[in-house]
Design a protein around this ligand. Structure first.
Ligand code: NAD
Ligand code: UDP
Length: 317
């Protein structure tokens, strides 16, 4: 009998790539989403596949699926800063209540659950690069607190179900990930810069651009998630690309890559914006034999082609 996997947030950027991968691995896949930040379009190519089901549902409410379930990937949550700033209560609810519902379902089905956590649990980190043993520097009442604290709660809840109910759980701490199917207007730096460059608009660097991020391509993340789910590791594992860049350097890189005439402008730095971020991936290497393989230039090229097609499509509409 084929394994059956539920992917919450499956119509989002990352979730939709996971639907592809798990179907490819021979699983039956249920994609559950309320489309608050995701789009049915992201999984439109899977409709009609008898092994794929799309269910519209808000996972902060009672969540149930018929029949057996082997795996749950809990990816439902707004993830881009402008999304979770616009949806603060929904973000807290899906991280807290949604994770509780997903864990309850895992317990009742004896399924293994993997939680999508985030490098944001490290906040504005005082340890650099960030190892899994670092507890973080998060402002609970700051504007990003709604996301960071929801994910910290989600990790605590996941460990509690693991320890007290014996549910098999995995926690992936995902660092900035990019690729096709991001929304052009999701406000994240990769989608903003590429779309600004393609349109010839100003490239908006926030602050002086000295803050750093480390970007991983979606395919590397999906491989890391697959390996973690199939491993025996129940404590959190960082999955990210340690190739760190300043945001100012990144702006120049995007301008160069797209051959754009855009100029770089500087705007106010959002509150509580982390100064640095780079994963220490020693644990993923040791435990999962995983490391990223897609170079930033290649990943950006593929993402630029995607956004170019999207832009041409929207101009034709
Ligand atoms: P996304 O917004 O594209 O996807 C999230 C999906 O969850 C959307 O389809 C949305 O409609 C759905 N969703 C939100 N609330 C829901 C609810 N209550 N019920 C059902 N569905 C709901 O974002 P993404 O970048 O694909 O992120 C997916 C997951 O990965 C999130 O949990 C996010 O915190 C985590 N993550 C992403 C990154 C990144 O760089 N993209 C980094 C760290 C962690
Ligand atoms: N950023 C920027 N210009 C933009 C969008 C974002 O300079 O148009 C900066 C943002 O302030 C942060 C970094 O880029 O320092 C990454 O932002 P993103 O929203 O992608 O994710 P974060 O890592 O902050 O969650």
């Amino acid at each position: 009998m084929r394994p059956k996997t539920l992917i919450t947030g499956g119509a989002g950027f990352i979730g939709s790539h996971l639907c592809d991968r798990f179907l490819h691995e021979g699983h039956d896949v249920i994609c559950m989403d309320n489309f608050i930040t995701g789009r049915p379009d992201n999984v439109a190519h899977l409709i009609g596949d008898p092994r794929f089901r799309l269910i519209e549902h808000d996972v902060t409410n009672y969540t149930y699926v018929e029949g057996k379930l082997d795996y749950i990937l809990h990816f439902a949550s707004p993830a881009s800063p402008i999304d979770y700033l616009e949806l603060p209560i929904q973000t807290l609810k899906v991280g807290a209540l949604g994770t509780h519902k997903a864990l309850g379902l895992a317990k009742s089905k004896q399924a293994r659950l993997l939680l999508a956590s985030t490098s944001e649990v490290y906040g504005d980190p005082l340890e650099h690069p960030q190892t899994e043993s670092y507890w973080g520097n998060v402002n609970p009442i700051g504007i990003r607190g709604v996301y960071d604290e929801a994910k910290r709660f989600a990790e605590a809840m996941t460990m509690a179900y693991n320890r007290y109910h014996g549910v098999e759980t995995r926690i992936v701490r995902i660092f900035n990930t990019y690729g096709p199917r991001m929304r052009a207007n999701d406000g994240r730096v990769v989608s903003n810069f590429i779309n600004q460059a393609l349109r010839g608009d100003d490239i908006t660097v926030y602050g002086d651009g000295s803050q750093t991020r480390s970007f991983q391509y979606i395919d590397d993340l999906v491989e890391g998630v697959w390996r973690l789910l199939m491993s025996d590791e129940s404590e959190p594992v960082n999955i990210g690309n340690p190739d760190e860049t300043t945001i100012a350097e990144f702006a120049s890189e995007v301008v160069g890559l797209t051959g754009s005439g855009s100029k770089v402008v500087f705007e106010d730095l959002p509150k509580d914006d982390p100064q640095v971020r780079r994963p220490d991936i020693s644990k993923a290497k040791a435990v999962l034999g995983w490391e990223p393989v897609v170079k930033r230039q290649d990943g950006l090229q593929r993402t630029t082609e995607y956004f170019r097609r999207e832009l041409e499509g929207s101009l034709q509409d």
